[in-house]
Design a protein around this ligand. Structure first.
Ligand code: NAD
Ligand code: TYD
Length: 339
């Protein structure tokens, strides 16, 4: 099996590479990544020189380069993680989100058509469903929930999903789509809630909680997401969407307090700041379909996963301290300076 993993130098893609190498040591994995600010080759250091692994630095929007790679490799599967992923950045500048998340996905699917790749898997997000009210805990996102987006990020991901389903229907491209809830774990870029709060707590810097802090996200440990994608690749039905989530809804403020407590710092670091424009209130996944069809269940409880994650950031300061220099400092000043 020869699998192309795009965006494999990012958070979930790199964890997926590690997961697949362990589960399927005989598979060849090719990682294509542009290495944007969110991609970090050092994350892949332990696999870079392995014989059944190849890294290629390319933009998924570069049609010629993508076709060249497909011609050479004749992939059996493509798993598309490559994307611009941070909602706040999409509010600031939507353009690159449209380019990578929509155009890039279409280039990859054109390559799959041209080289007759037997499977294209699109890694999508629960954010395509928009948000749920805080006072209706009975409501969950199912695969039938209408797409109803809030941010340029989620809109670009939704557009890619629609295109993928259009390629399935129009050209018969063998597509599957997964829509996962918020992930956490090692190697997440420190602009996202959990690693940002860990890094700031360790540095005793203010912890910027948007709005009331009562917004709810449904958190899943990254390995459980990887396991779900592996199952979909091997047993999922073509043309289907699978929601992935572990019924683990948490309010932002409770997560921040948990991190502060674990690191033995003061809650006085918590600072309420201006809300995110268009801020989604609540996400919550109904994972019935992937459970009943593919037998998927999450393995890592939040209480265990969050401790593992905090400890990882404490023990791997070198990984994130280098990447929070440079461009990230400018971003941080822009994003939080006048909030
Ligand atoms: P990330 O931002 O950590 O990594 C994205 C990776 O894509 C980086 O390595 C980056 O260099 C690469 N990339 C960006 N533009 C590219 C381009 N034009 N060509 C090639 N490579 C490019 O993202 P992540 O959190 O690992 O998310 C991976 C995927 O999972 C995304 O598609 C995202 O929408 C989806 N997702 C993420 C979450 C989450 O909680 N993080 C939840 C559900 C779904
Ligand atoms: P984030 O990690 O950006 O993921 P997403 O917006 O895609 O769900 O944010 C998770 C939640 O945390 C979201 O409700 C926004 C909130 N948040 C803060 O309160 N402060 C922050 O500094 C960040 C980055 C996020």
């Amino acid at each position: 099996m020869n699998i192309l993993i795009t965006g494999g130098a990012g958070f979930i893609g790199s964890n997926f590479i590690f997961y697949m190498r362990e589960r399927h040591p005989d598979y060849r994995l090719v990682c294509l990544d542009k290495l944007t600010y969110a991609g970090n080759l050092s994350t892949l250091a332990s696999v870079l020189d392995k014989p059944n692994f190849r890294f290629v630095r390319t933009d998924i929007c570069d049609r010629e380069a993508v076709y060249g790679l497909f011609e050479e490799e004749q992939f059996d599967m493509v798993v598309n993680f490559a994307a611009e992923t941070h909602v706040d950045r999409s509010v600031e500048s939507p353009d690159v989100f449209l380019q990578t998340n929509i155009i890039g996905t279409s280039v990859l699917m054109d390559a799959c058509r041209r080289y007759k790749t037997p499977r294209f898997h699109q890694v999508s997000t629960d954010e395509v469903y928009g948000d749920l009210p805080l006072d209706r805990p009975d409501l969950l996102f199912t695969e039938e929930t209408p797409i109803h987006t809030s941010s340029p990020y989620s809109s670009s991901k939704a557009a890619a999903d629609l295109l993928a389903m259009a390629y399935y229907r129009t050209y018969g491209l063998p597509v599957t789509i997964s829509r996962c809830s918020n992930n956490y774990g090692p190697y997440q870029f420190p602009e996202k809630l959990i690693p940002l709060m860990i890094a700031n707590t360790l540095a005793e810097k203010p912890l910027p909680v948007y709005g009331t802090g009562l917004n709810v996200r449904d958190w899943l440990y990254v390995d459980d997401h990887c396991k779900a994608i592996d199952l979909i690749l091997h047993n999922g039905r073509i043309g289907q969407v699978y929601n992935i989530g572990g019924h683990n809804e948490m309010r932002n403020i409770d997560i921040v307090k948990l991190i502060v407590q674990r690191l033995g710092k003061s809650e006085e670091l918590i600072t309420y700041v201006g809300d995110r424009a268009g801020h989604d209130l609540r996400y919550a996944i109904d994972p019935t379909k992937i459970h009943s069809e593919l037998g998927w269940l999450p393995e890592t409880a939040f209480a265990e996963g969050i401790v593992k994650t905090i400890d990882w950031y404490v023990n791997n300061r070198g990984w994130w301290e280098t990447i929070v220099s440079g461009e990230y400092q400018e971003y941080y000043a822009r994003m939080y300076g006048n909030r």
